[in-house]
Design a protein. Structure first.
Length: 121
């Protein structure tokens, strides 16, 4: 996924959401193995959310993303709105989320009429 993000020449606005539930995986050590440094120079701003928001933000900091480009918002809908505002009209928002947050974000998008229920697609 990071290589795909890197390939696009647009400004990089990101929302990263992770939880450490049984379904999502309770061991979060993998985050430190992901080569986030690969996309760090291209990140304009990033919103971290979920039960692991602080750890995500810390990992972004260690990936050399300046702290002023990182925000932490626990509530999913508020995090999505902030990330969309950062991207602005016509901007591209990259969303990276674990299983449970993906479903939660999809429900928000369904409520807003942006996507259909998965069984309707």
């Amino acid at each position: 996924m990071l290589r795909l993000i890197k390939q696009h020449s647009t400004e990089k606005h990101a929302l990263i959401v992770a939880s450490n539930t049984v379904v999502d995986g309770e061991d979060f050590a993998w985050l430190w193995d992901v080569d986030l440094e690969e996309i760090a120079p291209d990140i304009r701003d990033i919103v971290c959310s979920g039960s692991k928001a602080e750890e995500l933000a810390m990992r972004m900091k260690y990936a050399d993303i300046p702290i002023n480009k990182i925000s932490t918002i626990h509530e999913r809908e508020a995090a999505l709105d902030a990330a969309l505002k950062n991207a602005g009209p016509g901007g591209t928002l990259y969303i990276m989320a674990s299983y449970t947050p993906t479903n939660e974000l999809r429900r928000i998008m369904q409520k807003r009429g942006w996507v259909k229920h998965f069984w309707e697609e």
